[in-house]
Design a binder for this molecule. Sequence first.
Ligand code: NAP
Length: 336
Amino acid sequence: MGIRIGMIGAGQIGEDHVRRVTEKISGAEIAAVASRRREPAEKVAAICGARVENSVDDLLAAKDIDAVIIASPSERHEEQVLAALQAGKQVFCEKPLAVTAEGCRRIVEAEARIGRRMIQVGFMRRYDQGYRQLRKAIESKEFGVPLMVHCAHRNIAPHGTFTTDMSVTQTAIHEIDVTRWLLDDDYASVQVIFPRQTSNTDGTVLRDPQMMILQTKSGVCINLEVYVNCRFGYDIQCEVVCENGVLRMPEPSNLLIRADAKRYTALETDWVLRFVEAYDVELQEWVEDMHAGILRGPSAWDGYVAAVTADALMAAQQSGAVQPVILGDCPAIYLK
Ligand code: NAP
């Protein structure tokens, strides 16, 4: 029997996930939708023939719902994840797990009290084929151990008001998670350097670009360029320097065009298209793992680690100094 999912939040990614569950993946269906306003919930529910619940509480109280996808605004995640756990539902929570490290820790503790994993966090890059190839090559140890990682996260321009700390919480957060997963190593410290600033933004609320440097406990050094006003495309790069070889993440395989005395390949313009397949695989594997009774995807602990690391990076933006990343004890349910 398929897993019956309740969708919380009927905005951009909520609608995408409803389409994904309905049209692309197997083993689950969207049974109900709850959002802040009824009209968007009805529009999204119409995609899949689901019912609309009057509130998140009603959705969580429904006996026929096995799991929820939380795609509400980030500020609502903590209360909704905790309420879903209380109601005994499996949870897929879009990133971030909570907007503060303390909030993530409260969720970790609530799940640890239950004694088994119930939560997966939406760090979808772990499901991208390019990152998966990188991880497999690192794991093989064929090229020696990793020493350094060079990453770039470039966006054309941010939507709305985008501030210096959002380069961490909205942008670098993906590399914070995926690089730790690639290396299977925790961060020891972080630092942020502001290079010459772009004239593509006036610099009043956003310092851009930023060079973030993270060092892992085993000493691997990661430099991450975050440049959210690059204007030319959505460009994600990752190169892992190992002892005896360099592993570069493959570029998306777009058409190579020869025309007008040029040879070129189009870049994506946003994350939606760049990672579309990763989102599909992410939800398909989450559903399969629920059927198998064991979650393997990004955990609440991973959400917590990302939040602690993000806090350290924001402190480093202010101080200019190297900041430690201090995690505390990891509950047994998250240990491999
Ligand atoms: P969005 O378009 O603003 O959608 C949020 C939806 O939640 C709206 O339908 C909103 O309704 C509804 N909502 C507001 N308060 C609510 C509440 N208390 N309970 C239930 N629903 C509520 O935002 P989005 O871009 O889809 O992002 C949603 C979440 O996904 C964010 O946390 C974001 O960080 C995350 N996200 C992750 C990725 C990724 O790469 N993994 C990508 C995009 C987004 P109203 O319109 O009535 O306010």
